[in-house]
Design a protein. Structure first.
Length: 236
């Protein structure tokens, strides 16, 4: 028992000596520890994530359903053309050029996508440095994605219409031409064209990162403790 008391007294005495002789060094270590943790926190700051859920518009679903094989009785294959169209359109979201029109610093790594083939539900998640930016940028991603879909569709229909005009006029060709002209006119005015939002972009409004004062206190305590332990071992 006396040995424990003696060791405790020696520890307290040595601690007091270290504090008196090296207080400036310990203070500097605490400041450096707080600054280091602050820098780390800035470099690994919590990113805000906005989530949206989209699916095909009714017009797109109806148009693509006509392309399904009517002889296919397997329920799992119903809507296969729609699912394939969505899968192909998702490839645009992996194109780096797609994000250049969004923002100079935007990139594909900020976006994650979940596609459920049955129902053609697409969940989009976008990371940004604030809740408002995440919501705004994800809304713009959806808008640009819909525009890309519209542009490609218009190009295809214009080419198809040009090809039809070069063929002999028959009742069947005229029907196809009328249908193509209708779809082309619709594509130029429909809002939205292909994507219907089931859930608008939403992001949490509060960060889960620790308060600044708590982070600085912890960093200062960590720096002070490390310096104190080093001095203690050095004196021993």
């Amino acid at each position: 028992m006396s040995q424990n008391l003696l060791a405790h007294a020696n520890f307290v005495s040595l601690s007091a000596v270290l504090l008196r002789r090296f207080w400036l060094l310990l203070l500097a270590a605490a400041v450096l520890g707080a600054a280091a943790l602050y820098i780390v926190q800035l470099s690994t700051a919590l990113r805000y994530q906005a989530t949206a859920v989209v699916t095909l518009t009714d017009w797109q679903t109806e148009r693509l359903t006509r392309r399904d094989d009517p002889n296919d009785k397997n329920p799992a294959n119903v809507g296969g053309a729609s699912a394939d169209a969505v899968s192909r359109a998702l490839l645009w979201l992996k194109d780096p050029d797609f994000f250049q029109s969004l923002a100079r610093s935007a990139n594909a790594e900020q976006l994650s996508v979940e596609h459920k083939r049955r129902g053609n539900l697409v969940t989009l998640k976008w990371l940004s440095n604030s809740a408002s930016n995440a919501e705004t940028e994800l809304a713009l991603v959806i808008k640009l994605w819909d525009q890309r879909w519209r542009q490609q569709f218009i190009q295809q229909k214009q080419q198809q219409l040009t090809n039809l005009q070069q063929l002999p006029v028959t009742d069947l060709m005229q029907q196809q031409k009328d249908r193509t002209e209708y779809e082309l006119a619709y594509a130029k005015t429909a809002q939205p064209f292909a994507l219907h939002q089931l859930q608008s972009p939403e992001a949490p409004q509060q960060s889960k990162s620790p308060a600044l004062w708590l982070m600085l206190c912890f960093g200062g305590f960590f720096g002070f403790s490390c310096a104190f332990i080093v001095l203690m071992l050095w004196r021993l």
